[in-house]
Design a protein around this ligand. Structure first.
Ligand SMILES: C[S@@+](CC[C@H](N)C(=O)[O-])C[C@H]1O[C@@H](n2cnc3c(N)ncnc32)[C@H](O)[C@@H]1O
Length: 386
């Protein structure tokens, strides 16, 4: 008989720089024995917690359930180790599977080759037991298996998320260089926004930051719009348990929080509008087509700007430097009382902002190393400028 409350190890994966906020999110969810790692947080919990983690965590990319650990030093040992796992207890011949691998080891040069070797070991085990083999489906498998090799340490996990959790399900269109949803949520959590004061992204593009902010402010779980999670095709899937988790939290649709997005590009705002409508947040976010040069924030005592300006890959150096100078001047003159947070990979242009950052964090936007900078614009800075 299956023990519903059995506690097991789990690993939540994230982006570099978001481990602290993910740790906090997990703690708030009731996870036990947390250990912060590199781009990951390990924790313990039962099946309900695994479902909740997938449904509620804003800064997790995947939730993995480790099922075996081995010490291995070559591909033959890997093959033999994988064959010691009884794969038919996890999936059937009629199911499909896929293997993802991450390798940090001199013993294995290609992660793709590792995945292939693992797939062969699994297929061969089924063949020798049943004279038939299950098939691989890399897009939509019934079971996603994750293999992580660090030096000689190999961890085999089941991926309970399936598609990466950044795929919330609300995004129908993207404009140029959209932020990953997990990164956007992480930026908002890192900023410490109180989810009450006015939130502005004056270069909002396809609207990722304003949508993530609105979901947070109205207590809408990030998994709300997902069609499915990986664990739903597992042998032990408990549909009633998932149903009860869906009903646990009631979004606070009546909260009055001003969330404003604007952009110079009409196309970007059209796309943002479609994504916002798709997320059912039409009445919660106000959009405007306007260059930041002419955009005036509402005169509030306090508020927050979190934004991701162009990094200037396609424009001349002096143009991007003067644009960042303009941003700095604009913040100093128009946003007194605001906390401004800006993500950029253009370290040279950042220097032209001309304001002293109160905090400087490192994040990665894809492969680009970025600074996530906080400028506290005090009431006084406006007057002193005058
Ligand atoms: C890196 S993209 C932002 C992407 C956005 N965070 C998302 O997730 O889609 C930068 C945005 O700045 C906008 N932009 C560029 N110059 C601007 C200006 N002067 N005023 C307002 N928006 C501007 C661009 O149209 C673009 O949408």
């Amino acid at each position: 008989m299956e023990n519903k409350n059995e506690i097991f190890k789990l690993t939540a994966k994230t982006f570099k720089g978001l481990e602290d906020v993910l740790y906090e999110e997990l703690k708030n969810l009731g996870a036990q024995n947390l250990i912060k790692g590199n781009r990951a947080v390990e924790f313990e919990g039962d099946k309900a917690l695994m479902y909740r983690a997938n449904f509620h965590l804003r800064t997790a990319l995947r939730i993995l359930k480790p099922i075996a650990e081995f010490k291995i030093s070559n591909e033959h040992e890997l093959y033999d180790a994988i064959q010691t796992i009884d794969w038919s207890s996890y999936f059937d011949l009629k199911d499909t599977f896929a293997v993802d691998s991450v390798v940090h080891s001199n013993n294995f040069s290609h992660s793709k080759y590792v995945a292939l070797k693992v797939k062969d070991a699994i297929v061969d085990q089924f063949r020798s037991k049943f004279k038939k083999r299950p098939y691989v489906d890399t897009d939509n498998p019934s079971l996603r298996i994750s293999v992580h090799i660090s030096h000689d340490q190999c961890t085999v996990s089941l991926d309970s998320s399936g598609e990466s959790l950044h795929k919330r399900g609300y995004r129908i269109k993207t404009n140029k260089a959209p932020l990953n949803e997990v990164l956007a949520a992480g930026m908002i959590l890192l900023s410490g926004w109180d989810k009450k004061s006015v939130f502005i992204d004056p270069m909002c593009g396809s609207g990722t930051l304003v949508i993530e902010a609105a979901m947070m402010a109205h207590n809408i779980p990030p998994g709300m719009y997902r069609e499915s999670f990986g664990f739903e095709t597992w042998n032990d899937f408990d549909a009633d348990l998932l149903e009860s988790i869906y009903e646990e939290d009631i979004p606070d649709v009546n909260a009055e929080i001003r969330i404003l997005g604007s952009d110079v590009s009409e196309i970007a705002i059209r796309i943002a509008k479609e994504n916002i409508e798709n997320a059912n947040l039409k009445r919660k976010i106000d959009l405007l087509i306007k260059p930041i040069e002419n955009y005036n924030p509402p005169s509030e005592e306090s508020g927050i700007v979190i934004t991701n300006p162009p990094y200037g890959e396609r424009i001349k150096k002096n143009e991007i430097n003067s644009f960042y100078k303009l941003l700095g001047d604009r913040f100093k003159n128009k946003y007194s009382g605001f906390e401004v947070w800006l993500l950029s990979s253009n370290f040279e242009a950042i220097k032209h902002i001309g304001l002293k950052p109160t905090q400087k964090l490192t994040l990665f936007n894809g492969t680009l190393e970025c600074k996530f900078l906080n400028y506290s614009i005090y009431q006084g800075s406006k007057k002193s400028k005058k």
